[in-house]
Ligand binder design. Structure first.
Ligand code: 3PG
Length: 214
């Protein structure tokens, strides 16, 4: 995998971040980087999302994208703020098309065969699978691999250091995402030490999962 998508999944881990204050963005980015994670999906579900993306966009050796993007206008604002990729919880044509018009990597959320087929019709084959734990988890992703061998998934929703191995063991899972190492409660409390620890633990769990696979 090359380009921004390749960078996004390089560490097989995409933290999903909800920032309530843009002032926390840079310290959080530094903390993730210290913990070995060089990517963040900053969600637009909080008012501080756009300014947080702007604050992270020029962090060296770090890739920032926007998550929870649910309309085309948010695509514009996120890209203007420096988002290098767009993630959506579902598949909305206007979101995909605007990102493609702007030449920005887009990863829509899909769970059903029909949604996956629609994503394929837009030329997309790396897709978010959300909320993973509710829609059948690793068992569902494995089953979807039969009709869709060309599709690679990034499951999020209920993923943690304790269960990421079951996802990363699948050949059609390129990375997992989630908020467990960057919970809003930890950020609010300024517990960057704990975020660094959880990030390192997550990285260790990914490496252990990849060793098991090889
Ligand atoms: C997302 O947008 O991907 C999810 O909110 C992440 O789910 P989690 O909080 O269960 O990790």
């Amino acid at each position: 995998m090359s380009g921004v998508l390749g960078e996004m999944v390089a560490d097989r881990l995409v933290p999903v971040v909800v920032l309530e204050s843009a002032a926390d963005a840079r310290p959080l980015g530094d903390t993730l980087a210290t913990g070995g994670i060089r990517v963040a999906e900053v969600t637009l579900r909080s008012d501080a999302g756009i300014e947080s993306i702007r604050a992270l966009a020029d962090l060296p050796d770090f890739l920032v994208g926007a998550g929870t993007v649910i309309n085309a206008e948010q695509v514009d604002r996120a890209v203007d703020a420096g988002a290098r990729f767009i993630v959506s919880p579902g598949l909305l044509p206007e979101v995909v098309l605007r990102a493609q018009e702007l030449g920005v990597t887009v990863v829509p959320g899909t769970v059903t065969p029909s949604e996956i087929m629609q994503a394929l019709s837009f030329g997309l084959d790396t897709l978010k699978f959300f909320p993973a734990s509710i829609y059948g988890g690793a068992t569902a992703i494995k089953a979807l691999g039969a009709p869709f061998p060309q599709v690679r998934f990034i499951p999020t929703g209920g993923v943690s250091a304790g269960n990421l191995t079951e996802y990363l063991a699948l050949p059609n899972v390129v990375a997992v995402g989630g908020s467990w190492m960057v919970s809003p409660a930890l950020i609010r409390a300024g517990r960057f030490d704990e975020i660094a620890r959880l990030s390192r633990e997550a990285g260790d769990a990914v490496r252990a999962a990849d060793e098991d696979r090889s």
